[in-house]
Ligand binder design. Structure first.
Ligand code: FAQ
Length: 326
């Protein structure tokens, strides 16, 4: 149904595409038209989309874990309800994204296997612990804000099923952001202990958030191709700058400080300069050596094992009771 599944294996050599078909495909994209799953696409376009959408799906499902650990400890009934709904939303986003990636030919089971075995990446930020309630507030405000910047931008991209999923996800993420902001405001305008708690959480998350947008453009291996094919509608540095423009003033307005003594806006260019966010740490974390990588994958593996009987039961029920449409 989805063509040759061997395309999901890493390519050692560039595939030689028919130049005429490739030119037609690129003209289609240049005109701002969308690509649907049944349309012809270069093997590399398909491979890149699978890689990126799959990593995004994994990030949502693993991203539910740091905040999820706070459901039982949320301060009060209303906060607990809201956090539970947010965590459920994140898992739902993973479902939408796995479905979008499946349209390109990679079965979901294989994606999950690649996550658990460590073959596939997911966002660096979810490999850090949420020590206090304030950590969950910073995640819901600033990581959701970062995700929205990325997703609103890329929802205007070329691959229709991914764009449709992103549009829907962004509506829910916007609500998460408001929930996170409300939590941060309560803490930042609360008792001295609450203010300290939220400042310490911001200090812990600032660097991972800098990393969230990906390596600097000069070190990014995929950006050029993805921008050309309108999968990424802005570069990593452009999105990071957008985050600075939108959120640095809001953070300062709350009386919080940003843990970077070199952070300043260049009045000539309007761009923010910032200190080295330790790109070696970024590389270590995305390659499996962050503070919580092992724990996160172990939880995912256990969930997968515990759900085996449910998937088997669903498959049997499907075969037994679903009458194919005539
Ligand atoms: N973390 O050449 P580039 C969320 C890898 S959703 C880990 O620049 P690219 C919701 C990259 O994969 C968050 N790895 O790569 C939520 C590549 O490795 P590979 C996720 C990273 O693809 C909120 C290598 O480095 N969002 O938060 C990261 O052009 C709150 C070279 O990098 C998405 O996935 C990273 N941060 O640009 C849930 C959006 N950055 O594959 C719960 C879709 C880079 O060659 C609570 N993805 N790498 O082995 C994208 O927009 C892009 O893939 C980037 C990276 C921008 C992440």
């Amino acid at each position: 149904m989805y063509g040759n599944l061997s395309i999901i294996e890493p390519l050692t050599d560039q595939v030689q595409e028919d130049p005429e078909r490739l030119a037609e495909f690129e003209a289609h994209i240049d005109r701002g038209e969308k690509i649907e799953p049944h349309d012809w696409m270069p093997t590399e376009y398909r491979r890149q989309l699978i890689r990126m959408i799959e990593q995004h799906a994994h990030s949502e499902i693993i991203g539910a874990l740091p905040e999820g650990t706070w459901i039982t400890r949320a301060p009060g009934f209303k906060r607990k309800m809201a956090l539970m709904a947010k965590v459920q939303d994140e898992v739902g986003h993973a479902q939408l994204l796995y479905s979008a990636a499946e349209t390109l030919g990679k079965p979901r089971e294989q994606m999950i296997d690649d996550l658990i075995s460590g073959k596939s990446k997911y966002s660096n930020v979810f490999n850090y612990p949420a020590y206090t309630w304030a950590d969950t507030a910073i995640i819901a405000w600033l990581i959701d804000a970062s995700a929205i910047i990325n997703q609103v931008t890329n929802s205007k991209g070329s691959y229709a099923p991914y764009c449709r999923a992103l549009e829907r996800i962004c509506m829910e993420e916007s609500f998460h952001l408001k929930y996170g902001y409300d939590n941060v405001v309560v803490l930042a305008t609360g008792t001295p202990t609450q203010r300290t708690m939220v400042q310490e959480a911001l200090n812990r998350w600032w660097r991972p958030i800098m990393h969230f947008f990906g390596p600097p453009d000069k070190a990014s291996i995929h950006t050029e191709k993805l921008v050309k094919w309108k999968v990424k509608m802005a570069t990593n540095d452009e999105m990071r700058q957008q985050f600075f423009n939108q959120y640095v003033p809001k953070i300062l307005e709350l009386g919080l400080t940003i843990p970077d003594s070199e952070l300043r806006k260049d009045p000539a260019t309007g761009l923010w300069d910032f200190g080295d966010p330790d790109w070696d740490e970024f590389k270590r974390v995305i390659n499996g050596d962050g503070p919580c990588n092992k724990e996160r994958l172990a939880v995912r593996k256990t969930a997968e094992e515990r759900g085996t009987w449910v998937r088997a039961a669903l498959k049997t029920a499907d075969q037994k009771y679903v009458t194919p449409l005539a």
